[in-house]
Design a protein around this ligand. Structure first.
Ligand SMILES: Cc1ncc(COP(=O)(O)O)c(C=O)c1O
Length: 372
């Protein structure tokens, strides 16, 4: 049996007629830039997440840059952000000449360690950029406490977090909607992924919404009238059409991912040498990536590859050790939890259309590896 890490074609084949109709509809209309499907999708995301406002942009990385620019994470301002995440969570600050103030992560959730963050606040700290990783959000209760205490803004990198919720002020809130801005990525592998790049900025603040909307079209509110030096970053209409179809089936997709996660946990519990995911801080998870931790990670990955099982390592190098961030002056040993995770974390196949047999085969293969 061959088990792919991810396969987009299975879902396409299930809903083929809906996808084909949606894509053909855009082509037939000839309205490719900010066509009606973009607004429909923005409204659908607001309805699903509870956001007041949503702005579709070209990708999650642009969403982070635009939101950072509007919040003033630039020109020397310090922004607290974790080292264990995808590059774009930090490059958005650095490319605006802001100063990433790196923090370590929690060993269970892999998200920003808010205690560590609190210790790194200085007079120049402007904001907090927590990242909701793999299956659960950062501790947003602690994050907002810090923000309120020190008058900081919060930009939630929810690129991976569509469908994740956290208990906040007595109710479950969708990721991205507790801070000032939240961003989603619709990169194809994401829980809500398109057939190409796509991203979104969400907020409950009308002023921030108006700015974000203007920034995505060169800072203009009216054609050829530019209030800001913005960007050209619009969600593609074809992607919005695909994403509308995907969003209509998202609850089924999230449930199937949850079923696979339970299946993995059931079969792998008690295997010595493996640490399974731990859910904390009142999180209601959505399984974008399913990771185990293993001290023998590299050998285990090789073994699984020999069985034609797809795996992935998110993330092999923490951001403070990336060449381009040498100028920030951090060194190996500065963030021990993140550094350890980079050596031990292994992502297993996770997408809704995996079969139970495939998940069982992955688990049996892992057990075989440890019994050899
Ligand atoms: C945590 C995180 N932030 C930002 C991004 C950037 O999103 P995109 O690939 O849509 O630019 C990603 C996804 O790839 C991500 O995982």
């Amino acid at each position: 049996m061959k088990v792919p890490f991810y396969d987009a074609t299975r879902e396409y084949n299930i809903y083929k007629n809906e996808f084909d109709k949606a894509i053909a509809g855009v082509i037939a209309s000839g309205a490719f830039i900010l066509g009606k499907q973009v607004q429909e999708f923005e409204e659908a995301v607001c309805k699903y997440t509870g956001a007041k406002y949503a702005v579709g942009v070209a990708n999650g990385s642009d969403a982070l840059v635009i939101a950072s620019d509007i919040l003033g994470y630039k020109n020397g301002a310090e922004v607290l952000t974790p080292v264990f995440t995808f590059f774009a969570s930090t490059s958005c600050i650095a490319r605006l000449n802001g100063q990433p103030a790196f923090c370590d992560v929690d060993e269970d959730t892999f998200c920003m360690d808010m205690k560590d963050a609190g210790n790194r606040i200085t007079g120049k700290t402007k904001g907090i950029l927590p990242v909701h990783l793999f299956l659960q959000t950062a501790d947003m209760n602690a994050c907002m406490e810090l923000a309120q205490k020190h008058h900081l803004t919060v930009l939630e990198d929810a690129a991976e977090a569509f469908g994740m919720r956290i208990m906040y002020n007595g109710e479950y809130k969708h990721s991205g909607l507790i801070g000032d801005f939240g961003v989603f990525s619709f990169f194809p592998t994401k829980t809500l992924g398109g057939y190409g790049d796509g991203g979104m900025i969400v907020t409950n603040n009308e002023e921030l919404y108006q700015k974000a909307k203007s920034y995505r079209t060169h800072g203009s509110s009216k054609k050829y009238h530019h209030d800001y030096i913005g960007y050209n970053s619009r969600l593609d209409t074809l992607q919005a059409a695909v994403l509308n179809v995907k969003l209509s089936h998202i609850d089924i997709a999230i449930q199937k991912r949850a079923d696979h996660a339970s299946h993995y946990c059931e079969m792998l519990k008690g295997v010595s040498g493996i640490k399974l995911p731990v859910i904390k801080n009142g999180n209601k998870e959505a399984n974008y990536v399913f990771c185990i931790q293993s001290e023998k990670r590299d050998a285990l990955e090789k073994y699984l590859q020999s069985k034609e099982i797809g795996t992935s390592i998110y993330y092999p190098i923490p951001l403070h050790l990336q060449k381009c961030f040498e100028y920030l002056g951090y060194k190996k040993g500065d963030f021990p939890t993140a550094e350890k995770l980079c050596e031990t974390v292994l992502a297993l196949p996770m997408f809704p259309e995996l079969t139970e047999d495939e998940v069982s085969f992955v688990c049996e293969s892992i057990k075989e590896f440890y019994q050899r």
